[in-house]
Write a protein that binds this ligand. Structure first.
Ligand code: ADP
Ligand code: ZN
Length: 215
């Protein structure tokens, strides 16, 4: 099963990706996670990516495409994969299709989760996560039991640099300008499923499962 998961920041994409990962034995490829790990490790890629991420901009297509296409050639992706946060531009989507076609593969389903802008802003500005196990909390709706400490592992609670102030607004703009047009790309191919993300994550998950059952 070759899946693309899309949606503006804050729509609940990451939560659904975790659920898919737990239910289907396919690798989860998140470009955001790949970049954050590179930043944390201080690699050349990390240095390059950081300036874009901190200002809410997309990392240049040629960098991102190279990383994902390389990842998809590995053995563990041959029976399926979940792409989370990629593609984000039409150029990335075209490059993805070309890369997959070279090995006789294609995207089978694209799921987009969206929510009204006000909801996204509210969710993102309250979003924090555990530094160690990465569990996500929201300071308004789902705070950790003890302030600053992870319920699951006792790790330190931190805020993502790009969840601060202006960067949140910029990321939403970038989504509308560069990623929203991509929905047409998958719609025209008959691959697009659109879900409302302004609901309980359990309800969204029920819909995701209904879609994936068909494949
Ligand atoms: P979000 O919560 O905004 O959906 P991600 O964790 O997916 O964020 O990505 C964080 C940042 O990493 C993005 O704002 C962008 O700078 C960079 N990034 C992630 N995926 C891509 C991509 N496919 N193309 C370009 N940049 C990307
Ligand atoms: Zn934790």
């Amino acid at each position: 099963m070759n899946i693309v998961l899309m949606g503006p920041p804050g729509a609940g994409k990451g939560t659904q990706a975790e659920k898919i990962k737990a239910s289907y034995p396919i690798p989860h490829i998140s470009t955001g996670d790949i970049f954050r790990e590179a930043v944390a490790n201080g690699t050349e890629l990390g240095k390059q990516a950081k300036t874009y991420m901190d200002s809410g901009q997309l990392v240049p297509d040629e960098v991102t495409i190279g990383i994902v296409n390389e990842r998809l050639t590995r053995e563990d992706c041959q029976q399926g994969f979940l792409l989370d946060g990629f593609p984000r531009t039409t150029i990335q989507a075209e490059a993805l299709d070309q890369g997959l076609a070279a090995s006789g593969r294609k995207i089978e389903v694209a799921i987009n989760i969206s929510a009204p802008n006000e909801v996204l802003i509210e969710r993102l500005s309250g979003r924090v996560s555990c530094k160690d196990c990465k569990k996500v909390y929201n300071l308004q709706y789902k705070p950790p039991a003890q302030a600053g400490i992870c319920d699951v592992c006792g790790g330190q609670i931190i805020q993502r640099d790009d969840d601060r102030g202006d960067t949140v607004a910029r990321r939403l703009e970038v989504y509308l300008e560069q990623t929203q047009p991509l929905l047409d790309y998958y719609r025209q191919k008959g691959l697009l499923y659109e879900l409302e993300g302004n609901r309980d994550s359990i309800a969204v998950w029920a819909d995701v499962q209904k879609i994936l059952e068909k494949f």
